[in-house]
Ligand binder design. Structure first.
Ligand code: BGP
Length: 475
């Protein structure tokens, strides 16, 4: 048998993409509540205020805040062993810098976790999934400010104490390395709460903010382990392997440099120190990053228990002659890979890349791995009889699970679990669309926000149920 007997089959979501109830239960505003995301062309516009008449899809999302009991029952029907979601920071600390948490927010997650545990479903919790309270962005400039470490640690400690007997699996920051694409406003905003100023050195701002996040994460890991030694606390890395376009030595080196910069965050989380390539880059650029001796000790002491990562696609890169240092930032120099197909949104579909990623992480860190996101965003069609046939989704997931199996059986990878993204349809983080659907469960709502919010089972629902029941044998 390929997968462990305690393999964590489940699915993943994030608070702001499904809960709704954005101004209920004493919750404060988080950055996604003011990031216009009505369609692809407007999604990058961060307003800083809730503008009247604007469509903020996550304000209602799929109303999980009120409907979670029915939704968890459906996940239980599929046989879920775990459910990955996040705690909305602004539900617990509405502005972010309060000393006392919001009891109503804490109670919501008590109820949610109890509902999961009732069915034997383990909650797997991300502390910060693109959900920084707006107050921390406006008052402190987001993660550019060292003070954020204390606010985050207070939030993490509050959650660890409150849910220590209900939640065992944690992650600190979702896709912390998205900001390796620091030229992208959205990546900087959701990872670090940074609204870049005109003419600002965005790369420097990113390195500094990411440093504070890495220190905050290390502190949280140490505190979590002291609160409950059984906690498993991981990082969460967006893994898109970067392939060289050809066997030209410069292409290979370019891909290596890209991997170094995309994944140095994982090096710090897992190995407890910055790799030489990042230190050399800072030196070459003349960056004076605020790092104290205490920070260095914390990073070394607060290393993670496992690597959680998302995997959707791979990238391919080609070296250009005007880049003598092989400097990388995401997007630049990417080329189409002629060997793989792409989704309707242009995401390259590459199951073998998942096996590559599993091997790469194992070779580098030797830690248990947890695939906490993977999936296929697609348009679904509801037939007149209400059925939804989504063979493309099944094909995508099957092909990826087959590669997971090979990684475990043939490569010896230690894989803890698999939680496909958006197990119930939700709002896309990247585009704000409802109709970019990932779920086994369909939610009746369109891009304009119209629909009954009624839930129904897609064909993939029965398929995934069978996969779980046979521990991945029957695909
Ligand atoms: C990851 C995020 C998720 C999720 C997913 C799919 O980057 O962690 O929050 O949204 O990607 O992306 P999208 O929603 O843009 O299709």
């Amino acid at each position: 048998m390929a997968f462990r007997t305690d393999f964590l089959w489940g699915g993943a979501v994030a608070a702001h993409q499904l809960e709704g109830g954005w101004d209920q239960g004493g919750k404060g505003v988080n950055i996604m509540d003011v990031t216009t995301a009505g369609n692809v062309s407007t999604r990058r516009r961060y307003t800083g205020e809730v503008l009247e008449g604007e469509n903020y899809p996550n304000h209602e999302a799929i109303d999980f805040y009120h409907r979670y009991k029915g939704d968890i029952a459906l996940l239980a029907e599929m046989g879920f062993k775990c459910f990955r979601t996040s705690i909305s920071w602004a539900r617990i600390f509405p502005v972010g810098d309060e000393e006392v948490p919001n009891e109503e927010g804490l109670k919501f997650y008590d109820n949610l976790f109890d509902e999961c545990l009732k069915y034997g479903i383990e909650p797997v919790i991300t502390l910060s999934h693109f959900e920084i309270p707006l107050g921390l962005v406006k008052k402190y400039g987001g993660w550019r400010n060292r003070k954020l470490i204390d606010f985050f640690v207070r939030f993490a400690t509050t959650c660890f104490m409150r849910y220590k007997d209900k939640v065992k699996y944690w992650m600190t920051f979702n896709e912390i390395n998205n900001q390796a694409d620091y030229m992208d406003d959205f990546a900087l905003l959701v990872d670090s709460g940074i609204v870049a100023e005109k003419g600002e050195n965005r790369e420097l701002a990113m390195f500094q903010a990411a440093h504070y996040e890495l220190v905050a994460s290390a502190k949280a890991v140490m505190i979590g382990h002291a609160i409950n030694p059984d906690f498993k606390i991981g990082c969460m890395i967006a893994m898109c392997p970067v392939y060289p376009f050809s066997c030209k030595p410069e292409d290979i080196l370019m891909a290596t440099k890209a991997m170094q910069l995309r994944y140095y965050y994982a090096d710090v989380h897992a190995l407890g120190a910055y790799p030489p390539n990042v230190l050399a880059l800072w030196e070459r650029r003349g960056y004076d990053i605020d790092i104290t001796p205490e920070d260095i000790e914390l990073l070394a002491a607060g290393t993670v228990d496992y690597i959680g990562f998302s995997y959707y696609m791979s990238h391919t890169i080609e070296w250009k002659e005007d880049n003598p240092h092989f400097d990388y930032h995401e997007g630049a120099d990417f080329v189409r890979n002629p060997h793989v197909k792409a989704s309707d949104w242009g995401w390259q579909i590459d199951p073998v890349g998942l096996r590559y990623a599993l091997n790469w992480f194992t070779d580098r860190y030797g830690l248990p791995l947890f695939i906490v996101e993977n999936g296929f965003g697609a348009y679904d069609k509801v037939e007149t009889d209400g059925s939804i046939h989504d063979p493309y989704r099944i094909d995508y997931l099957r092909a990826h699970i087959e590669q997971m199996k090979l990684a475990v059986e043939e490569d010896g990878v230690d894989l803890m679990g698999y939680t496909p993204w958006g197990c119930i349809d939700l709002v896309s983080a990247g585009t704000g669309e409802m109709e970019k659907r990932y779920g086994f469960i369909y939610v009746d709502k369109n891009n304009k926000g119209e629909g009954t919010l009624e839930r129904s089972r897609k064909d993939s629902f029965a398929w995934y149920k069978q996969v779980i029941a046979t521990n991945g044998e029957d695909l």
